[in-house]
Design a protein around this ligand. Structure first.
Ligand SMILES: [Zn+2]
Length: 214
């Protein structure tokens, strides 16, 4: 009977837990189903809620660990200085603080690695760094990765998570849209594979450039 099925489904779900009994570090609230779920169960399930299938946001480091064969990721050694065209003192301070806090140098990690033994070029954006916004460094790193994929004749995978163009860099950010898009066009001309994975959230100038070009 339908009623029995519903009852059965309810008992299969993660049980409601009295908030008083919850050790803070072992449990996590799901933004999808609003249930309190066991953190370890979420992690074992590739950071997807075992209750409702909601995908938790994850860092670039974790994403790379999930996708790339262990020990094969080699980050491109790129030292690109951040530009500050609007002369915002606060912007540079904020970047310094974020670098210390997150251990990231910018909002994207790019490099090569293998997936089940197949070599790829991979870029993974990170929402913990100014919501993955695209400024000159992000644009340059992505463009470099695209060019590297063409040079090495490798497939390219980009995981996007971005609030869009980085407003602190004004028009310089918007120029990254044209730059990355034209690089993707060259990759397409070379007949190479490009997989664009849009993760939560992907907005603005990133959606309007490389993330939507396939
Ligand atoms: Zn859930």
């Amino acid at each position: 009977m339908i009623v029995d099925k519903i009852k059965k489904r309810e008992t299969n779900n993660v049980k409601h837990i009295n908030p008083v009994d919850i050790p803070a570090d072992k449990w996590i609230k799901c933004d999808g189903c609003k249930e309190i779920v066991y953190k370890e169960a979420v992690q074992e399930n590739y950071n997807v809620c075992p209750n409702c299938g909601y995908h938790f946001r994850i860092s670039s480091t974790k994403r790379i660990a999930q996708i790339i064969d262990e020990g094969t990721f080699e980050e491109f050694d790129l030292k690109i200085d951040t530009v500050n065209p609007l002369q915002m003192e606060e912007y540079l301070k904020k970047l310094t603080g974020l670098r210390e806090k997150t251990g990231l140098d910018e909002a994207v990690k790019c490099g090569t690695g293998t997936i089940n033994g197949e070599k790829v070029v991979i870029c993974v954006m990170d929402g913990n760094f100014l919501m993955g916004s695209m400024g000159t460094v992000v644009g340059e790193k992505i463009t470099y990765s695209i060019e590297k994929a063409i040079e090495l004749k490798l497939p390219l995978i980009i995981f996007s998570v971005s609030g869009g163009a980085r407003m602190q860099e004004g028009i310089m950010s918007l120029m990254q849209m044209a730059k990355t898009s034209s690089a993707i066009a060259k990759l397409d001309d070379a007949g190479l594979l490009f997989i664009s994975v849009l993760t939560d959230p992907t907005y603005g100038g990133v959606t309007a450039s490389f993330a939507s070009l396939r």
